[in-house]
Design a protein around this ligand. Structure first.
Ligand SMILES: C[S@@+](CC[C@H](N)C(=O)[O-])C[C@H]1O[C@@H](n2cnc3c(N)ncnc32)[C@H](O)[C@@H]1O
Length: 446
């Protein structure tokens, strides 16, 4: 009988974090599971809870780095492997990517990165035969990886080609390249604070951005940070914090937030004193919103309903943060680049159009509608609003003024809508630069 080359794994420090990272990467790339689902949702990894806070943070960083630099890693491995990455053993592929990512971009000693990846393949029946190959390739990566990467001149290499093509068409070659460079960086942590942003910026070793968001480079579990348990702030990208501010003074007014969960923008509306009705189709996501509101000491009326069929109001103001391709959030959710597909766009655009038409019927004459998406695709932004304005003549755009966005005129389109890009809000420190890609339009019902 042929001896089996499968070697039972020996558990060593750090191996569990790598194994879970490999499982989650495989989940995204081969089973089309989102990171959110695998980290805290329905498909949560069963062994996640066994990791220490430190190992969990390392695992998350590892997963994000591999997904963020997937194109670069594929290019590098193609240069290091004459016959390409083994296609009959997904674990060999994830172990190579995890090992290379640690060697190239993370603070892990090369020998540890190589050793842990070899152990990963040894522990997998299909991949065990590639242990020698993984060892040799990763040792070469430690010697030659950086110069080989420097030989690649394609700045768009880490985007799926269909998305790179779209961004060049929508924003031009130079801007699309700047966007691609910006999403290659690990983003900072952005927080919306209830009040006293300077004090929180100091306590969290960060700074206050011109728009009021507190930005910090602290990593790890946010639940351990000062201010979390007393509900002084919530996590929200600085761009995501802009749409809810476009209503101006809404204290005491009835406002409907039609796609509310998990509630970052709802919290801004409630904090501004509005009487908010938070609607979301997903009961599970709405439950998370309620938990967030309990921590923040904020109140709203909660409705689990499909907003396209919901009857209520009319309201003074409506926020419609519609479901979308979410391509503006790839910096923070690098799985989006590999899970979303151009073919998803038509169905999402149709849903956005239905939600927009419904919003008009729920709005009082004289009321304000803010429509936004975390998408960089014009079909889900500028084009959706152009179609609505044509179909609903009583709706008029109320252009956003630079003074409403702390003078940041680069964030406002020629039509007067908010259009943020990942390459916006540059800072001397690249780690403190950037914004999620967002679109927001403000309309009034005449
Ligand atoms: C972009 S997320 C909203 C994010 C949220 N506004 C925030 O700032 O935290 C879109 C939300 O729309 C909800 N949704 C999708 N289709 C819906 C519909 N037809 N009616 C109501 N909610 C819907 C999803 O469940 C999801 O929670």
């Amino acid at each position: 009988m042929k001896p089996s080359r499968f070697v039972p794994p020996t558990e060593v420090p750090g191996l569990a974090a790598r194994r879970i990272a490999a499982d989650i990467i495989d989940g995204v790339l081969h089973k089309r599971r989102t990171l959110d689902d695998q980290l805290e949702g329905a498909a949560q990894h069963p062994a996640l809870k066994s990791l220490s806070d430190r190992d969990r943070a390392l695992m998350r960083r590892l997963v994000a780095t591999v997904l963020r630099r997937r194109g670069t890693l594929a290019y590098l491995l193609s240069r290091l492997l004459d016959r390409g990455v083994p296609s009959d053993a997904p674990r060999a592929q994830s172990a190579l990517m995890i090992g290379a990512a640690q060697i190239l971009w993370m603070d892990v000693p090369d020998h540890a990165a190589v050793d842990l990846s070899v152990r990963l393949v040894q522990a997998d029946r299909r991949a065990a035969k590639y242990a020698g190959l993984v060892n040799a390739v990763l040792r070469r990566c430690a010697r030659e990886g950086i110069p080989l990467i420097d030989e690649s001149t394609d700045e768009m290499i880490d985007l799926p080609p269909w998305l790179a093509t779209r961004w060049i068409k929508a924003y031009g070659e130079d801007t699309a390249r700047a966007m691609a460079r910006a999403i290659g960086h690990e983003p900072p942590l952005d927080l919306t604070v209830k009040s006293d942003s300077e004090n929180w910026a100091t306590r969290l070793h960060g700074e206050t951005l011109p728009t009021g968001t507190v930005r910090t480079l602290l990593h790890g579990s946010v639940t351990m940070l000062p201010g979390f348990s007393e509900g002084a702030w919530w996590v929200q990208d600085a761009a995501a914090a802009l749409p809810a501010r476009l209503f101006g003074d809404i204290a005491g007014k009835p406002v409907a937030d039609l796609c509310a969960a998990p509630g970052g923008k709802t919290a801004q509306l409630a904090q501004a004193g509005a009487k908010v009705t938070a609607v979301d189709r997903s009961a599970g996501r709405l439950a998370r919103l309620k938990e967030n509101f309990a921590r923040l000491g904020l109140e709203a009326t909660y409705v689990a309903a499909d907003a396209t069929e919901w009857e209520a109001g009319p309201f003074d103001a409506i926020l419609l943060d519609a479901p979308c391709m979410a391509t503006g959030t790839i910096r923070r959710h690098p799985d989006v680049a590999w899970l979303k597909n151009e073919a998803d766009l038509d169905a999402l655009s149709a849903l956005q159009a239905r939600l927009l038409r419904k919003s008009v019927t729920l709005l009082k004459p004289g009321g304000t509608l803010v429509y936004c998406t975390c998408s960089l695709e014009p079909e889900e932004g500028e084009q959706a609003i152009a179609a609505l304005l044509e179909a609903e003549p009583q709706m008029k755009r109320r252009p956003v003024e630079a003074s409403e966005l702390a003078g940041l005129s680069e964030l406002i389109s020629p039509m007067g809508d908010v259009r943020t890009l990942p390459c916006h809000l540059q800072h001397d420190d690249p780690k403190l630069s950037g914004l999620d890609g967002f679109y927001a339009a403000r309309l009034v019902k005449t």
